[in-house]
Design a protein around this ligand. Structure first.
Ligand code: ADP
Ligand code: MG
Length: 778
C-alpha cells in the first residue's frame, strides 16, 4: 500500500501540472476569463471554505450564476491543487438525463479536456466515464441505484445534489438515504444546490447546515398576459361553431350566452370566465375548464402570431417558447416551418429542446446564430432552470408543464399537462432578462395566473402513494412507513397505511410487505397499480385492444360530454353504446372504435358532435393507447405481434373479467327490487349510480356485482363508471392470485373458461396457463 500511495501521489502531481498547463494556454486563459465573469466566482473561496469546514452545505443562486458548471469544478480544482487529484471522487446528480450530459460536456470543455477524462457522465443505458474520471455527473436515479449495491458510497468524497428546489421524488428520496449515510461516513461532504430561495427548508432538514447565497443580477422583464397578447397580435380565435370541446356545464352555458349575444370570438368566453365569481373554486370543480387556455385549444396559431410579431417588430434577441411536451413541440415546429416568415432559414433558426434529444442537436441551442437570424427555441419546462440559453430576450409561456407523458427510462408516472406555479412563472419570465431588458408573453389571462399555486407541491406528495410504495419496495429501502416518516415532508401515516393495505389486497405486496411478482411488474409500469394490473391482465389474456382503450380512458378523462341543457339527449346518446350489457367501460370501447372508423372515412367531427363525444379527449386517448402499448413491449409483457395479443379482443366477457381484475376491490353488490335497484358497498352501505352511467338508466341489472373505478361523496355516495360482473368472474379475477396459491387459481381459471362455454377459449387454456406461470415465476 506504500507503493500504491506513491503512485497516487505521482498521479496527483501530474494532474496538477496538466491543469496548470491548460490554464496558462491562450484558450485556457479565455475560458478562465469567461468563468471569472460568472457571479459564482466571487463566492469561490467562501464556498470552498464552507465545504471543507462543514459536512453539509446548502448553496442557492439565480439560474445561470454558475452553480452547476462551476461549483463541482471549484471542488475538483481545489482537490487537484492540494495534490489530492487522484484520490478525490465527486458525484453531482441532475434530475434529467439531458442536463447530466450537457453539463458534463461543458465542464470538460472548460477544462480543455475530452469527455471521459477527469470529467464524465452516466445516465441510464449511456455513459462516458473512464478510470481517471474524478467528477461524475449522473442522474439522481443512477446514484440511487448505486446506493443499492454500495450503501456507504465507498471512495466517494463529495456528493452534490443539484436542482433540489424542484422537489422531485428521486431527489427527496435521495436526501433521506444520504441523511442516513452521513454519520457512517464523517469525511463525506454533501452539497445541496437550489435555484430559488427556499434554502432554509433544506438547511433545517440537515440540522441547520450553513447556507451560501450567490447574488445574481437580472434585467427587468415586461410582462404581457393573454389580454395583451390578443391585442398585440390582433389574433382571431376559433369561432364558436367550430368548437366542440368544452364539456363542462359552465363553459357550455357561457358559450350559449355568448352565442346569443352574437359574438363570434372565443375571447368573450375568456371574458365571461374572468367574471366568474370564484375562479379558483370554479377551476377545481371543473377540472377541465382551465384547459380552454391550453395552446392546443387556443390553437398553435396564437403562438405563431406572437412569434411573427416578434420577428417583424421587435429588437434582436433569441426567443424561448415554453411548451408542455415533446408532442406539442414537434407539431408546433411543423406548423411554424410552413409559415413563410418563420420557416425561412435565412431569417429564423427553429430549434426544439427536450429531454430525449441527441447531444449534437443540443449544442445548437447554446450557439449564437449568424447576424440577422433569429433563434427560436421550443422547449419543455426543462429550460426553466436546468439549462441556460444566454441570448434569450423574449419568452413565450403557455403556462403548463408536464413530465414527459411516457418516460420508461426514468420510470416516472404519466402526468397530464397541468398549470405551473407562480414560482415557475417567475422563473420562466426571468429567462428573458439575462442579457438586457426582456419581454414575456403569457398565453393565459391574468386571473388564471392569480389562481396558480405559489409553489408546486413536492412530487413525493403529488405521486399516488400506491405507486410510491411500490417504488420504495423495488428500490429495497426497507419498511415503507418508517422510510417515508423521515422525508423532508412526509405523507400522512394513515394514507401510507391505506396504500400498503390496498397493495396487499390487489396482490402487489405479500403479508410481509414484500413485493410479489405482480408487484415487481407493476413497479415497472408508470401508471397507477390498478391500471397497470389491467394492462398486465389484458396482455396475458390476449384481449389487449379494448383494455388499452379502457385504461387510456381512465387515465385521461371521460370523453362522453353531458352539456347542461342537453343532459337527456347526451345520456341517451351514451346508452346507445352500451348495447344493454351493463358496462360504461365497454360503452367507451365501442364509442372509441366507432370514432376510429369514422375518422378513417371523414374527420370524425360529425360523429363526435352527434354522439356528444369530445374529439380532443378521444385523440388524447388514442395517443395514450400507443404509449401504453410501447410500454408493454418495452417491459417485455407484450412480445408477440399485435394480432396475437388481440386474439380474444372480441370476447367481451373476457374483457369484463380483466376490467374486474383491475378495479377490484372497487365492488358493490346489486339487488334488484320490485321498482328499484339496491346497491351496497362494504364500506359505505347504500350507494347510488351517477346519472350518466349507462347502468343508472336500467330498471334491472342482470348481474350480482358492479365493479367501479371511482366513488364521489355528495350527500350520498355516487359511483361513476361501472361494469357489471358475475359471481365467478369476481371470484376468479377479483382479489389476489398470490394469496390463493397458483395451482388453485389455475384450476379455478379452467373452470372459469368452461363457464364461458367458449370452446375456442378452452383450447387455449394450456397456453394461457403457461403464460401465467411464466409471469408468476418470472
Ligand atoms: P446554474 O447552474 O447556476 O444555473 P450553470 O452553471 O448551468 O448555472 O451555467 C453558468 C453559465 O455557464 C451560464 O450562464 C452560461 O453562460 C454558461 N454555460 C452553461 N452551459 C453552457 C454551454 N453548454 N455552452 C456555453 N455556455 C454554457
Ligand atoms: Mg444549474
Amino acid at each position: 500500500s506504500v507503493v500504491m500511495e506513491k503512485i497516487l501521489r505521482r498521479r496527483s502531481l501530474q494532474l496538477r501540472n496538466q491543469q496548470q498547463t491548460w490554464q496558462d494556454s491562450p484558450e485556457g486563459q479565455n475560458m478562465l476569463e469567461f468563468r471569472r465573469s460568472l457571479p459564482a466566482f466571487k463566492e469561490r473561496e467562501a464556498l470552498l471554505a464552507a465545504i471543507s469546514q462543514n459536512q453539509v452545505v446548502v448553496v442557492s443562486g439565480e439560474t445561470g450564476c454558475g452553480k452547476t458548471t462551476q461549483l463541482p469544478q471549484y471542488i475538483l480544482e481545489s482537490e487537484i491543487d492540494a495534490a489530492r487529484g487522484a484520490t478525490c471522487s465527486i458525484i453531482c446528480t441532475q434530475p434529467r438525463r439531458i442536463s447530466a450530459m450537457a453539463v458534463s460536456e461543458r465542464v470538460a470543455a472548460e477544462r480543455g479536456e475530452k469527455l471521459g477524462e477527469s470529467v464524465g457522465y452516466k445516465v441510464r443505458l449511456e455513459g462516458m466515464k473512464g478510470r481517471e474520471t474524478r467528477l461524475l455527473f449522473c442522474t439522481t436515479g443512477i446514484l440511487l441505484r448505486r446506493l443499492l449495491v454500495d450503501r456507504n458510497l465507498k471512495g466517494v468524497t463529495h456528493v452534490i445534489v443539484d436542482e433540489i428546489h424542484e422537489r422531485g421524488m428521486n431527489e427527496d428520496f435521495l436526501l433521506i438515504v444520504l441523511k442516513d449515510l452521513l454519520p457512517r461516513r464523517p469525511e463525506l461532504r454533501l452539497i445541496l444546490m437550489s435555484a430559488t430561495l427556499n434554502a432554509e427548508l433544506f438547511s433545517s432538514y440537515f440540522g441547520g447546515a450553513p447556507m451560501i447565497h450567490i447574488p445574481g443580477f437580472t434585467y427587468p422583464v415586461h410582462t404581457h398576459f393573454l389580454e395583451n397578447v390578443l391585442e398585440i397580435t390582433g389574433h382571431r380565435l376559433t369561432p364558436y361553431n367550430q368548437i366542440d370541446d368544452y364539456g363542462q356545464e359552465k363553459m357550455w352555458k357561457m358559450q350559449k350566452q355568448a352565442m346569443r349575444r352574437r359574438k363570434s370570438q372565443i375571447a368573450s368566453v375568456v371574458e365571461d370566465a374572468l367574471e366568474a365569481a370564484d375562479f379558483r373554486e370554479y377551476c377545481s370543480r371543473t377540472r377541465e375548464s382551465l384547459s380552454c387556455w391550453n395552446p392546443d385549444s387556443i390553437g398553435f396559431n396564437l403562438i405563431e402570431s406572437i412569434l411573427c410579431h416578434i420577428c417583424r417588430k421587435e429588437r434582436p434577441g433569441a426567443v424561448l417558447v415554453f411548451m408542455t411536451g415533446w408532442d406539442d413541440i414537434n407539431s408546433l415546429k411543423d406548423q411554424l416551418q410552413a409559415n413563410p416568415l418563420l420557416g425561412d432559414p435565412t431569417k429564423v433558426l427553429l430549434l426544439p429542446c427536450h429531454g430525449s434529444m441527441a447531444s449534437s442537436e443540443q449544442r445548437l441551442i447554446f450557439d449564437k446564430p449568424e447576424n440577422g437570424i433569429r433563434k427560436i427555441v421550443l422547449a419543455t419546462n426543462m429550460a426553466e432552470t436546468s439549462i441556460t440559453i444566454n441570448d434569450v430576450v423574449f419568452v413565450v409561456d403557455c403556462g403548463k408543464a408536464k413530465e414527459t407523458s411516457y418516460d420508461a427510462l426514468n420510470n416516472t408516472p404519466c402526468l397530464l399537462p397541468t398549470w405551473i406555479s407562480k414560482a415557475s412563472t417567475r422563473q420562466r419570465r426571468g429567462r428573458a432578462g439575462r442579457v438586457q431588458p426582456g419581454e414575456c408573453y403569457h398565453l393565459y389571462p391574468r386571473c388564471v395566473y392569480d389562481a396558480f399555486a405559489d409553489y408546486q407541491l413536492p412530487e413525493l406528495l403529488r405521486t399516488p402513494l400506491q405507486s410510491l410504495c411500490l417504488q420504495i419496495k423495488s428500490l429495497r429501502l426497507g419498511s415503507i412507513s418508517e422510510f417515508l416518516s423521515r422525508a423532508l415532508q412526509s405523507p400522512e401515516p394513515l394514507s401510507v397505511q391505506n396504500a400498503i393495505e390496498y397493495l396487499k389486497v390487489i396482490g402487489a405486496l405479500d403479508d410481509k410487505e414484500e413485493l410479489t411478482v405482480l408487484g415487481r411488474h407493476l413497479s415497472m409500469l408508470p401508471v397507477e397499480p390498478k391500471l397497470g394490473k389491467m394492462l398486465i391482465y389484458g396482455a396475458i389474456f390476449n384481449c389487449l385492444d379494448p383494455i388499452l382503450t379502457v385504461v387510456a380512458g381512465l387515465t385521461v378523462r371521460d370523453p362522453f360530454l353531458t352539456p347542461f341543457d342537453k343532459k337527456d339527449l347526451a345520456e341517451s346518446a351514451k346508452s346507445q353504446f352500451s348495447c344493454r350489457d351493463y358496462s360504461d367501460h365497454l360503452a367507451l370501447v365501442r364509442a372509441f372504435d366507432g370514432w376510429k372508423d369514422s375518422e378513417r372515412e371523414h374527420s370524425g367531427y360529425e360523429y363526435c358532435w352527434k354522439n356528444f363525444l369530445s374529439a380532443q379527449t378521444l385523440k388524447a386517448i388514442d395517443s395514450l393507447r400507443k404509449q401504453f402499448l410501447f410500454l408493454l413491449k418495452d417491459t417485455g409483457l407484450v412480445t408477440d405481434s399485435f394480432s396475437t395479443c388481440n386474439k380474444w379482443s372480441q370476447d367481451e366477457n373476457l374483457t369484463r373479467a380483466v376490467i374486474c381484475a383491475g378495479l377490484y376491490p372497487g365492488v358493490c353488490s346489486v339487488v334488484n327490487k320490485e321498482k328499484s335497484i339496491s346497491l351496497k358497498t362494504m364500506e359505505d352501505g347504500q350507494v347510488m349510480l351517477s346519472s350518466n352511467s349507462v347502468n343508472g338508466k336500467e330498471s334491472k341489472i342482470l348481474y350480482p356485482w358492479l365493479v367501479f373505478n371511482e366513488k364521489v361523496k355528495v350527500n350520498s355516495v355516487f359511483l361513476r363508471d361501472t361494469t357489471a360482473v358475475s359471481d365467478s368472474v369476481l371470484l376468479l379475477f377479483g382479489g389476489n392470485i398470490c394469496r390463493g396459491g397458483l395451482d388453485g387459481h389455475l384450476k379455478m381459471l379452467g373452470g372459469y373458461l368452461e363457464f364461458f362455454m367458449n370452446p375456442d377459449l378452452q383450447s387455449t387454456y394450456l397456453n394461457l396457463k403457461r403464460e401465467l406461470e411464466e409471469l408468476i415465476y418470472f
